[in-house]
Each structure stands twice: as C-alpha cells, then as structure tokens.
Design a protein around this ligand. Structure first.
Ligand code: SF4
Length: 359
C-alpha cells in the first residue's frame, strides 16, 4: 500500500527513515492495533525484525540494512521500528538507549550516503535544518550548525574552523551527512525510554529476557577490557568514575575526557589501549576520539599534556567521591594518588590503606 497523496515520502522511504513525522503518521493510520501487532502470528516477522534491530545495534553498533522489495516488506520494516522502541523502553537502560539510537543513526548514514543531493536536502528540511547548496557544497545556517554540533567537540567541528560566509557554514557532502546523523540520533533517543504497559511487558517477556542477557554480556565485555600492567584498582576515585562513565555512555565533558586521557597516558597506556576504553562508549566516534587522544598525547601538537591536579579537577567538577587518601594534606594530584597506592601495593604485596599506614 502506498501512502496517501498528501504524503511527500514513498512507503519505501518511510521504511528507511521511520523516525520522520510522516512515518509516525503512516504507522498510526495503517498499522494494526497494538494488540494485533504484539500478539497476532501474522505480525511475527515484524516482531522478529524489531528484536533484530536492537540486537544488531547492541552487537555490531549498527542496525543492518534490510533488502525491502515490495509493499509488504516495506510495511514490515516500518512497523518493526516501534517494536524496537517498545523493547528498548521495556528495559529502560541508559546504555541500551544510546547504543540502540546510535545503531539506528549509523544505518541512516549508510542509507543517506546512497541518496542524491536533492534527497539529502529533503531530509535536512524534514529534520528542520535550514540548509541549501552552493555548487558542490552544502550550506547550513550557522545557528542550525551550532545546535546540531553541540556534542561534536573535536577542533574540526568548532565554528572558528569552518568555512563561514554570510551566516552560512559551507561543507562537503560527507560532513553534512555526519551532521544529519547527530540530528537523527537526537530525534531517535529523545523520547526513550517511553512508558510501557503491562500488555507490552507480558507479550515481549521472552524477547526482553534475551536482550537483557545480551546487554549483560556486552557490559561484562566492557568491564573486562585489559589494561595490561596498569593497575586500575589503584586509580583514584575520580578516574574510576570517569572510566565507568565513559563505558556507560555518559556524555563526558571536554575537561573530563581530557583529564581521563592524559591520566591514562601518564600511567602507561598506549594510544590503542586508550581508544579501546573510549570505544566502548555507545556514541564512540573513532575519528574524533583518535584526533582528541593524539592531540593530548602530543602526536599532533608535539606537546604531551599533563593531567590536571586535584585543584583543577575540583574547579571542573570532576573530583568524584574523594576518599581518605584524597583528604591527606599532601594529596594534590590524581597521579600522586596512583603512585602512592602502587608503591604501597609493591611494598606489602597488596593495595595500601592510608589510614593504617598513617595511623
Ligand atoms: S582529591 Fe584528587 S585524586 Fe582524589 S578524587 Fe579528587 S581529584 Fe581525584
């Protein structure tokens, strides 16, 4: 079935871009009732695909593109999107929400990369981004640029580094699609997790268990990242909190990323080890992470930066959970904390306890 005339997107396009308002309109007009969708055997393939979307995002970081040929497959693909959202909402885990939303946004990047420029502009307009073209370059109103690059903190995205003319930022196609991905990620994650009814929880009980199991596995893998000879048990509480936050997908501030990277480098982690930690974040962007890390460790700038001391950590609001060792008068740097603990550990064969040592 094709969308009615007032729709500006074909069913095939709505299936590929199910986060669009028109897709939501089509679903509310044409989809079966919630009871049928989540229970009726006729809609079993839709439920399977919905579950696959979440699994693929968790496992591979990207929802796979399915070959959708006829109207039936296109509707199945479209209706599977709300099913995936119901499953994610039923679990209500922040890491899962971000990982799933990013997996969908990655799929959209691949879809858009195969579209012509006209379609990309149509998408920008549907996403309420004020954009156009000038020759081969895309242009975007600078206010829209700022709004949609808030999370992109690497220097290549800073406004001062853009080709800015007459209030518009000029960029190539690849960069423009990357920017659209930010908007898509925001739209997909915005209302998740949504409230779910007992009817949904009961009917999806088995799928929810399977996803929760996969989520547990994924989180365990993350915890088991090998830090080599670096003894992360001896890290100060602030650094432990930042490592955990990074793995859980918290949007760490620039200061927090800087402190974490510089600290990990100083205690002996290689660039690859550090990237491995950053890689576990649901919104990991390898190019951006590499750029930031290489800058901090001196590969780009030629200057290796030192991690901030406790005073600056406190000023930046990232001195988390200070313990009894942090309260010592001489404690002024996270590296001092680590080397003290390491020394005590080496002397006694176990982790030192400052209270006993000094008491
Ligand atoms: S006092 Fe220093 S070492 Fe301790 S948590 Fe705060 S910043 Fe980290």
């Amino acid at each position: 079935m094709s969308p009615p005339d007032e729709y500006s997107w074909s069913l095939r396009e709505l299936a590929r871009y199910p986060f669009l308002d028109e897709a939501k309109g089509y679903i509310s007009e044409e989809a079966p009732s919630l009871g049928e969708l989540i229970k009726d055997s006729l809609w079993g393939p839709v439920r399977e695909r919905g579950k696959d979307r979440v699994f693929e995002a968790l496992d591979e970081g990207k929802v796979r593109i399915r070959d959708i040929r006829d109207d039936i497959e296109q509707e199945e693909e479209l209706f599977s999107y709300p099913i995936a959202r119901m499953l994610v909402s039923s679990i209500g885990d922040n890491f899962l929400v971000r990982r799933y939303s990013l997996g969908e946004a990655e799929r959209v990047v691949t879809e858009l990369s195969g579209e012509d420029d006209e379609m990309i502009l149509k998408m920008a307009s549907a996403l309420e981004i004020n954009a156009g073209m000038d020759g081969d370059l895309f242009t975007i109103f600078f206010g829209d640029y700022l709004e949609n690059t808030e999370r992109l903190r690497a220097p290549p995205w800073k406004l001062v580094n853009q080709d800015l003319r007459d209030g518009k930022v000029y960029m190539d196609r690849e960069k423009f699609i990357r920017l659209l991905k930010e908007r898509v990620f925001f739209i997909i994650s915005e209302d998740l997790p949504a409230p779910v009814s007992d009817q949904i929880l009961n009917n999806f009980e088995r799928s929810i268990e399977q996803i929760e199991e996969k989520l547990r596995e994924r989180k365990t893998e993350i915890k088991e990242i090998d830090l080599g000879k670096v003894e992360n048990d001896l890290f100060p509480p602030c650094i432990k909190k930042l490592v955990a936050g990074q793995k859980e997908g918290e949007n760490l501030s620039h200061e927090a990323r800087f402190a974490l990277t510089a600290f990990l480098r100083k205690v002996g982690l290689s660039e690859d080890d550090i990237i491995a930690i950053f890689k576990e974040a649901p919104d990991f962007d390898e190019d951006m992470a590499s750029y930031q890390i290489e800058h901090i460790i001196g590969e780009i700038s030629g200057t290796e930066y030192n991690p901030p001391g406790c005073d600056l950590m406190k000023t930046n609001g990232i001195c988390y959970n200070p313990d009894s060792l942090c309260e010592q008068e001489w404690m002024n740097h996270p590296l001092s904390y680590y080397s003290f603990k390491k020394k005590k550990g080496d002397e006694s064969g176990k982790e030192g306890d400052v209270k006993e040592e000094n008491g």
